[in-house]
Design a protein around this ligand. Structure first.
Ligand SMILES: O=C(O)CCC(=O)C(=O)O
Length: 302
């Protein structure tokens, strides 16, 4: 099925084409003469989107006070959790897409650096990653490249569905229009996999965000995190990441506190969206036309 037809039929994650505001029905009330049951008033797509937007819960008051460089600071200042951004139906569609991409990666149908499935040589170390938009080097590699974006390595471009997700994040006031992501990393965790404590590299701008799928898990924060064992660390602050939620990292929450996901109790997927620093973009990078000029929906709906 063509991409456009598929998106029209979905009714939920609609296209990035910008015609989202068109009404489908006049919203008339009345009775269905055949069954005599009252007809529900039909809402336009725009009305439905506004209703959903109003129901997003936004937690912005994370507090974890620590002494850092002789100063008392809230190391979570700037952190936000937006819950209910992707519905159960949308999550299912996104997870299916991730599984299809994983399958393509396994079959060698993605660019070499897009898909990485490490051998599980110890507990916590099996996380599969799929990168789009740029190739990120997690640790100093064999050629001596430091951690950061490898500007000469090619990966696949952002899949169309991921660009629809990004448009949602901007339109629904989760990320600012000044920081539209142009790259992402999909993390596929099996039971026992983790992501160790880290601060995201400054080749990526702030804020950035991570979206949770399949199962809820805790994310831990702290300026000084201790290793307790394979895939296990301890930190002063923990918060759950519900499925369909978006965690936005900014300010101290991105740059003073490290974050990590301890060994997950059950399979989980996250998608981390980030905007690259312009000077760090890959040499082959071109702007995505459908990620330009995205406007947040009017604030009056809050
Ligand atoms: O899986 C998560 O929620 C965290 C992901 C993360 O920290 C990262 O991709 O850098």
């Amino acid at each position: 099925m063509g991409e456009l037809r598929r998106r029209r039929r979905s009714g939920e994650l609609r296209t990035a084409s910008g015609n989202d505001g068109k009404e489908r029905d006049s919203g008339k009330k009345g009775f269905d003469a055949s069954s005599m049951t009252p007809e529900k008033p039909k809402l336009s797509r725009e009305q439905r989107e506004n209703l959903r937007l109003m129901h997003v819960e936004r937690k912005k008051d994370f507090i974890c006070i620590e002494r850092v460089k002789e100063k008392i600071v809230n190391v979570l200042d700037g952190l936000e959790l937006h819950t209910g951004v992707f519905s159960a139906k949308e999550q299912k569609r996104i997870v299916n897409e991730v599984y299809q991409l994983q399958e393509k990666g396994r079959k060698g149908e993605l660019k070499e650096h897009t898909f990485n499935a490490p051998r599980k040589w110890m507990r916590g170390k099996g996380r599969v990653t799929i990168q789009f938009g740029c190739c990120y080097n997690y640790a100093i590699d064999r050629s001596g490249n430091p951690p950061g974006i490898l500007q000469r390595e090619e990966v696949d471009p952002l899949p169309p569905l991921f660009k629809v997700m990004i448009r949602r994040l901007i339109k629904w006031h989760v990320l600012p229009p000044t920081c539209v992501p142009d790259s992402c990393i999909v993390n596929i965790y099996d039971e026992g996999d983790c992501i160790p404590p880290h601060i995201d590299n400054h080749d990526f701008l702030r804020p950035f965000c991570t979206i949770s799928f399949l199962s809820e898990c805790d994310i831990l924060f702290g300026s000084n995190l201790k290793t307790e064992g394979p895939g296990e660390f301890s930190g002063p602050y923990s918060t759950p990441l519900p499925v369909g939620s978006v965690l936005v990292l900014n300010g101290n929450g991105a740059d003073v506190a490290k974050h990590y996901v301890p060994a997950v109790p059950t399979k989980r997927i996250s998608i981390t969206f980030r905007k690259m620093d312009e000077s760090k973009r890959p040499v082959w990078f071109t702007l995505e036309p459908d990620l330009q000029g995205i406007e947040p929906l009017p604030i009056k709906f809050f």
